[in-house]
Design a protein around this ligand. Structure first.
Ligand SMILES: Nc1ncnc2c1ncn2[C@@H]1O[C@H](COP(=O)(O)OP(=O)(O)OP(=O)(O)O)[C@@H](O)[C@H]1O
Ligand SMILES: [Mg+2]
Length: 309
């Protein structure tokens, strides 16, 4: 009996509380993901970048002490890369054997009873997806010249994908969807994003709090801008505060009401956000121009709204 499957009701609820203490918000996403994995099931987490998918999974696997193996789904993820290969030099000397097989992440996760986390799952080629689906259905895999490998009971496949991905979530066939559970995760509200940014940047005090509120507000504005296809995740807001804090040190800005503060924030926004927003090709504008517009809205047109309280 494993920690994952032999969980009594109380133990599962306790685990949820302990995991939740490592996360800002996300109670519901955590509970639903936990329910799926405790049920012995695999799941796809669908959400834009920076929406806590990896954070939730890392917290779950750390709580249970099960390994978490990462793989990035892309056109190069062949079945052989996922499953493993025989070491060619040793094959030449010794011929094929189970001994000179180098396990890929799928076989490794099955052997150790870990969670295999496939990011951008929808980008993997069809034959790779088929291999994965077979392993998920059978909880075992047969590797030529190695034999049958049974998964330990805690083995799970967690896939993730970005709903705005160009490669499209629609490319997956209905037979793929029919074999997976799914949870859609969106952006958190401004308050939770501020708590995440404060936690990750470590910037406190009046200046730190003001930078955090401003960085979160302008980052969220990039997601609503009509010329932006995909705005920045909370990672952009975290970096915006970190960069702004260093600029403040370099320029000797110590208070949020320093007249140089707005300009400093524009500079921090350019560095932290211009590469993270994807401007619509049809719109004749640049990330810098979009950011300046967002900055003007917050710092020039409505400076009052930007004031705390
Ligand atoms: N709920 C949360 N609590 C604490 N920190 C969080 C939370 N959500 C996100 N973060 C922080 O934000 C960053 C991005 O989160 P995370 O890596 O979980 O996103 P993701 O959904 O896996 O994104 P991607 O799809 O790009 O892989 C991390 O640095 C993490 O520390
Ligand atoms: Mg991630």
């Amino acid at each position: 009996m494993t920690a994952l499957q032999g969980e009594t009701e109380r133990a599962l609820a306790d685990a949820r509380e302990r995991i939740a203490s490592h996360l800002v918000g996300r109670e519901r996403a955590l509970e639903l993901t936990l329910a799926a994995v405790a049920a012995g099931r695999d799941i796809v987490l669908e959400g834009p970048p920076g929406t806590s998918k990896t954070t939730i999974l890392t917290a779950i696997t750390a709580e249970w002490g099960v390994p978490l193996l990462f793989v990035e789904g892309n056109a190069d993820l062949t079945p052989a890369k996922l499953v493993g290969h025989h070491n060619p030099a040793r094959v030449l000397r010794e011929d094929y054997s189970a001994d000179n097989f180098v396990a890929g992440p799928l076989v490794e996760a099955m052997r150790v009873g870990g969670f295999l986390y496939i990011e951008e799952f929808n980008r993997a080629p069809d034959d790779t997806l088929n291999t994965l689906l077979t392993a998920m259905a059978d909880r075992a895999i047969t590797v030529p010249r190695v034999g049958r490998i049974e998964a330990r009971p805690t083995f799970r496949v967690i896939a993730s994908m970005n709903p705005y991905d160009n490669v499209g979530t629609t490319r997956l066939s209905t037979s793929v969807h029919d074999r997976l559970n799914r949870l859609a995760i969106g952006y958190q509200d401004a308050d939770a994003e501020e708590r995440i940014v404060a936690l990750r940047s470590g910037e406190r005090g009046p200046l730190g709090e003001r930078m955090t509120a401003d960085a979160v507000a302008v980052t969220r504005a990039t997601r609503r801008h009509p010329d932006v296809r995909q705005g920045s995740s909370v990672r952009g807001a975290i970096d915006c505060v970190l960069v702004a804090a260093q600029l403040a040190r370099l320029r000797g800005v110590a208070e949020p009401d320093d007249e140089r503060y707005p300009g400093l924030m524009l500079d921090a926004m350019i560095v932290s956000l211009s590469g993270r927003i994807h401007v619509d090709e049809a719109a004749e504008t640049t990330p810098e121009a979009v950011l300046r517009e967002i900055w003007e809205d917050r710092f020039v047109l409505e400076p009052r709204a930007a004031a705390p309280g």
